[in-house]
Design a protein around this ligand. Structure first.
Ligand SMILES: C[S@@+](CC[C@H](N)C(=O)[O-])C[C@H]1O[C@@H](n2cnc3c(N)ncnc32)[C@H](O)[C@@H]1O
Length: 755
């Protein structure tokens, strides 16, 4: 595999040299970059071009390539130079600037030099496959001890966690029965959660929140070196009280003892990461990893996956431009209030802060008053809180609590929906709880921009997966009265989480504003979304859709190619403009789909592209699919091969199918023994089968005492069906008969031999 990659690299290098004749870094280094990328992929490393590093001297540098572990921990680096530069002078200059020396390749068109652990370990010509391969094997084989330990700890964590969860759950149950103080603490928190999240939150949910809190509090404190986090955050403070009532002295450490190597690994790995943004990346990776071990079904249901920075930054730049185009204001301007309704680890808010970096005064006001975020699950809520506050501190030099983060179920929080101009807000209540106060404060605000990555069950292909999302009375009713009412599809799957978030956001922006979402792309062409397209076309004045494809069922064209999230459901970024004076015509739709390229190429396209430069196709929107062939809805549009209903009805009943006749076909109950592609191997199998049968028949005939169940059928030598057991018990002979070999259709389109 590695040699093949190198050969491909050489071929591409020669081709480029011939075409371009160029000796400039950037043209001829591309094939080597591709080689590194592809090799990285086979090692589960991620290649990031122009990777930012904060050096020990606190300067910013950008390395041509960095290879990162899934948790964003750096593995190695690559820096390309012009063939005309003197490579050694360049290397010395880079190290003076603070380039890392632990695992880095410097290359120009002729030579590759590998430095590891502070010294040069190999230098090879670029055009000799074997030495180059050795250098790359050394490079990819290098691993820091801390990282190796950490990776082991992450694996062990997955193995150890179930037992620890059980112990914690038991402890909580015992304590609940034994201690009225603990029971009261749980009940208090439960009352809070019912108000904030939704009335159906159960005590069990609260216990799970407590467990997540207990298991992760050390992690958060360590990555950002912020031991007081749990004293600052209002929800954490409440959960801490419950935790204090749970454990007796020393008991917590005792219960979590098996996780100590994991925590230690996190601490030592976090210490290796210099830059603030890399720490965030690490924390996000840890969180995602933790959740998927802790509760994979919930991870899927909630959409626990963070949004790649390229997507987030593209969406922010675009929303800013669109806001200016359509409303004459920029995101930073006072009065433009921005909400991320499903904030996860807080990526959108963090990147907004970075985006506003150049305006310190306005930034202070934005942060305090006009940036809002919601999250319903306790862990991402903590991570978001830490990330956002740490970013603000890094930018402004001051710590300030982020008071606009709400621990809330966005879809249940419907008090501020459907508010149009002139509305009087009267949502003040008497509850004093800080989180509830925050929610009410948010509800009193006029939100102009809603931006984010709402959840969808990426892995749930089918209703039977039994990972159903709960019902949301208000939003579901709104969907029914709008998208579903306007739909002609027989089956409506519009209670999908992302459709709910669209409905919620469309109502929340009132009569003016922008929605910017990255979601499932099915609204573009799925038949069941015709009502959505119709209604959106009447509610909004304009939409811009960038269809990123990535649907695993399609290959080329719109919808195809790699997936920006690495999931199977196609993805689109869309911007929706709502204007007070909307004409009666359907909205203008600007649609563009990316090439069916690989995941990293789509992401790098987003990183390089501004929405202004996208060659959109503009048209009035319609209820029909916005592009190409509609997603095929087999149930609604295709004639079935066979339909069980045909067994009992006739064509006049309206049921149609290609075949009317039903049959199980040949039932052998031992397919692997009596079917084969090759006649000879079928004969051999059957003869063996009969021989084994014969051995036992002879043993029985000789009067040997045999326990048939245990000694014969239970041995699994051959498949003993009922027919054969009966034959043996009746002492029947079975002989091989070549005439019994026939041609047959195996399941059902496969012509094989059958005995
Ligand atoms: C795809 S993630 C968001 C990723 C985020 N942009 C990031 O980079 O971390 C979706 C998030 O929405 C949260 N979520 C799901 N349903 C929600 C709801 N009804 N209200 C609020 N948040 C919700 C999930 O817990 C999850 O963290």
């Amino acid at each position: 595999m590695s040699r093949q990659l190198i050969n491909e690299y050489r071929a591409e290098f020669d081709r480029l040299r011939q075409i371009s004749g160029s000796r400039r870094e950037g043209v001829l280094s591309e094939p080597f970059k591709d080689l590194l990328k592809r090799w990285s992929r086979s090692q589960d490393l991620q290649f990031v071009a122009q990777h930012h590093i904060l050096t020990p001297q606190k300067t910013n540098i950008y390395v041509d390539g960095a290879l990162l572990h899934t948790l964003r921990v750096p593995f190695g680096y690559w820096e390309a130079k012009d063939a005309d530069d003197d490579l050694d002078t360049e290397i010395a200059a880079k190290f003076r600037k603070g380039y890392p020396k632990d695992n880095i390749i410097f290359s120009d068109d002729h030579t590759a030099v590998l430095w590891q652990d502070g010294r040069e370990v190999m230098r090879v010509p670029m055009d000799e496959a074997e030495p180059l391969e050795r250098l790359l094997i050394l490079f990819f084989g290098h691993e820091r001890q801390e990282i190796a330990d950490f990776k082991r700890a992450v694996k062990r964590f997955a193995a150890d966690l179930p037992a620890i969860l059980e112990a914690l759950r038991d402890r909580i149950a015992e304590k609940h029965a034994a201690s009225s103080r603990f029971a009261a603490a749980i009940a208090d928190f439960h009352a809070h959660a019912k108000d904030a999240i939704n009335p159906s939150v159960s005590e069990d949910d609260v216990r799970e929140m407590l467990i997540q809190h207990i298991l992760t509090e050390d992690i958060f404190a360590k990555v950002f070196d912020n031991p007081e986090f749990h004293e600052h955050n209002n929800v954490a403070k409440e959960l801490k009280k419950v935790e204090d009532a749970l454990f007796d002295r020393g008991e917590k450490a005792q219960l979590l003892r098996a996780l100590a190597p994991y925590y230690a690994g996190i601490a030592s790995t976090a210490a290796l990461i210099q830059s603030h943004s890399e720490k965030q990346g690490f924390l996000k990776g840890l969180y995602e990893n933790f959740y998927k071990v802790y509760n994979p079904a919930a991870a899927d249901r909630l959409g626990v996956v963070y949004t790649p920075g390229e997507i987030v930054r593209f969406m922010i730049r675009s929303a800013d431009w669109l806001c200016e185009q359509h409303f004459g204001k920029n995101l930073i301007d006072p009065g433009v209030e921005i909400l991320d309704p499903a904030t996860g680890t807080g990526t959108f808010i963090v990147e907004l802060l970075e985006y506003f970096r150049g305006y310190p005064d306005k930034l202070r006001h934005k942060y305090k008053e006009e940036l809002h975020a919601n999250e319903v699950a306790i862990l991402p809520y903590y991570v978001a809180n830490l990330n956002i506050e740490a970013t603000y501190q890094a930018i402004s030099g001051q710590f300030a609590e982020f008071e606009n983060l709400c621990f809330v179920d966005t879809l249940d929080n419907v008090d501020a929906l459907g508010i149009h101009s002139g509305h009087q807000f009267d949502l003040l209540g008497a509850l004093s709880d800080e989180n509830i106060e925050r929610i009410k404060r948010q509800n009193r605000r006029k939100i102009s921009v809603i931006i984010g990555n709402p959840p969808y069950n990426a892995n749930q292909q089918n209703e039977n997966d039994n990972n159903k999302n709960r019902a949301y009375a208000h939003i579901d009713r709104r969907i029914k009265n709008t998208y579903i009412r306007a739909s002609t599809a027989q089956k409506t799957k519009l209670y999908d989480m992302y459709a709910r978030f669209f409905r919620w956001a469309s109502d929340r922006v009132g009569d003016e504003g922008i929605i910017a979402f990255v979601t499932n792309r099915s609204f573009v062409d799925a038949r069941t979304f015709d009502g959505f397209r119709e209604i959106a076309g009447s509610e909004f004045s304009r939409a811009y859709v960038i269809d990123l494809g990535g649907d695993y069922r399609r290959r080329g064209g719109p919808g195809g190619g790699g997936n920006v999230f690495g999931i199977g459901t196609g993805v689109a970024i869309s911007f929706w403009i709502k204007q007070r004076a909307k004409s009666v015509e359907p909205m203008l739709l600007d649609y563009h789909h990316t090439e069916a390229a690989a995941q990293e190429d789509k992401l790098s396209w987003l990183a390089r592209t501004d929405i202004q430069s996208i060659p959109f196709r503009t048209a009035r929107s319609t209820r029909e699919p916005w592009i190409g062939e509609p997603e095929i809805d087999f149930d609604d549009t295709m004639l079935p091969l066979a339909d069980p209903k045909m067994k009992t009805s006739d064509a006049r009943g309206g049921d149609r199918a290609i075949f009317r006749l039903y049959s199980l076909g040949v039932v052998s109950a031992r397919d692997e023994w009596v079917w084969d592609r090759e006649r000879a191997s079928l004969e051999a199998k059957v003869e063996h089968h009969i021989a084994v049968y014969g051995t036992w028949l002879r043993a029985l005939n000789s009067g040997t005492k045999i326990d048939l169940e245990k000694d014969v059928y239970g041995r699994g030598e051959i498949k003993w069906s009922r027919l054969q057991r009966t034959a043996l018990e009746r002492h029947e002979e079975i002989t091989f008969d070549a005439v019994a070999i026939r041609r047959g259709f195996y399941r059902p389109f496969n012509r094989q031999w059958f005995y």
